[in-house]
Ligand binder design. Structure first.
Ligand code: GUN
Ligand code: FE
Length: 432
């Protein structure tokens, strides 16, 4: 029981109340990890069994669990590394750190910590890169299964331009990705993604393998990086001189499509944006990472408003990103739009973190709303979680105000509880 907020579609404006459902005294009825009813407390109470267990979260706000559409779990110890730009950051800090994931014990320890942080920050689904090592993928999915979380992840494919300890071969990447699919896809709520890191770290032979995997497993997600940094773009075009631009590299290997997630997409040309739009590919906005690495300002509105709009989502990009919190991520997104003379209203933000990201992952039938029949992954938010927030909350007069306060001042402290498959997972962490 609490106040409920869930979206039907993207809001067109701040006062577009038809975009969402808001119940001031609402409730969710949960059974076997699924929401079986959602609505006013009175209606839910009337329809529920007499012995139903009631949990009262009033006066807090209940929203769908946050969804993070791009992050790297082996980069938890890379966060806050002092680098000038993407390529220096990768070579100096990130690649050496990912080499450690050859060891199962290390991968298991970090995977466990990773899921703790997701739960603490109210993120119930993420699309994650593991490392090149199959052990890292096994550790990740085993932990997701143990916690019954809906997760997307993949073995990173990379066979050049990185340290020896971080390279596979085209054959290995094919065999191990297939093994990961066989062992983990559809087990619990696990989804495997085909994950070539980016064009710079794959030979044309490995890109051919990625193409074959997409052919063989057309329902799987594909995730990679695209157009993040000027030097990265120039190097990619040198490595693939036959391609007309960076996006065309991926197009030539059949990697564009509605299940494909492209991290960053900051510097796309009109031609590239058209190609993304025509194929239904998703451009993933990673605000804190883009600011931290000085990569650039993601043109969210320009992509949304084109004649041929590009699908977009939002993500932390841990460890290029600097926060696990989707609230803090959207706070930085807001500032990036401000710098471009644009706005991101709080309803937009909450739509993006929930239903918007679920649509980008083609998983809106499972997650991202509070609708009956979907996974019981939801969170409880407190706009007065800190003394400074409580003071500001005294003068909150509307739902929009409350959401904007949560986004601007909130973080993990605002997440009172995280329910995963109907079970309180955040309080369970504290108890453990
Ligand atoms: N491009 C290729 N690999 C990475 C990575 O790990 N992080 C970011 N931000 N960009 C990348
Ligand atoms: Fe990334």
């Amino acid at each position: 029981r609490g106040r409920l907020l869930s979206f039907h579609r993207a809001p067109f404006a701040i006062d577009d109340s038809a975009a969402y459902a808001y119940e001031t005294d609402g409730a969710l009825l949960v059974e076997n990890g699924v929401i079986v009813a959602s609505g006013t407390y009175a209606a839910i109470k009337a329809g529920a069994a007499d012995d139903v267990v009631e949990i009262d979260h009033r006066p807090h706000l209940i929203v769908p669990g946050f969804i993070d559409t791009h992050l790297h779990f082996p980069q938890m110890q890379v966060m806050a590394s002092y680098a000038a730009n993407l390529l220096e950051w990768l070579n100096t800090y990130t690649f050496p750190e990912e080499c450690r994931f050859v060891e199962t014990a290390h991968a298991e320890r970090i995977a466990s910590r990773f899921f703790d942080e997701m739960v603490r920050h109210g993120t119930t689904t993420a699309a994650a890169y593991c490392s090149v090592h199959k052990a890292s993928v096994d550790a990740f999915f085993a932990e997701a299964l143990r916690r019954d979380m809906r997760m997307i992840a993949g073995k990173v494919m990379m066979d050049r331009n990185a340290p020896q300890g971080l390279l596979d071969t085209p054959e290995m990447s094919y065999d191990e990705t297939r093994a990961v699919i066989r062992e983990w896809h559809g087990k619990g709520r696990n989804h495997v993604a085909i994950t070539p890191r980016f064009a710079i770290t794959s030979t044309p032979e490995q890109m051919d393998v990625a193409r074959s995997l997409v052919h063989e497993f057309p329902d799987l997600h594909v995730q990679t990086h695209l157009s993040e940094n000027r030097d990265e773009i120039a190097f990619t075009c040198e490595l693939y001189p036959e391609a007309v631009d960076y996006t065309d590299v991926y197009a030539r290997y059949g990697l564009l499509g509605p299940k494909s997630l492209f991290g960053h997409c900051i510097h796309l040309s009109e031609r590239e944006a058209d190609a993304m739009s025509e194929t239904g590919s998703v451009a993933v906005f990673c605000p804190t990472s883009n600011l931290f690495l000085g990569s650039g300002l993601f043109p969210l509105r320009a992509l949304n408003r084109r004649d041929k709009p590009v699908r977009t989502s939002v993500a932390s990009d841990i460890g290029g990103g600097t926060s696990y919190s989707m609230l803090k991520t959207l706070d930085e997104a807001y500032k990036i739009l401000q710098l471009q003379g644009e706005r991101l209203n709080p309803f937009d933000s909450f739509f993006m973190m929930t239903r918007g990201n679920a649509e980008a992952l083609s998983l809106v039938d499972k997650i991202g709303t509070l609708e009956a029949g979907t996974d019981a992954d939801f969170i409880v938010l407190d706009m007065a979680a800190t003394p400074a927030m409580a003071l500001r909350a005294e003068v909150v007069t509307s739902l929009a105000d409350e959401l904007f306060l949560l986004q601007t001042m909130g973080d993990d402290r605002s997440i009172v509880e995280t329910y995963v498959a109907g079970k309180p997972a955040k309080s369970a962490l504290a108890a453990a």
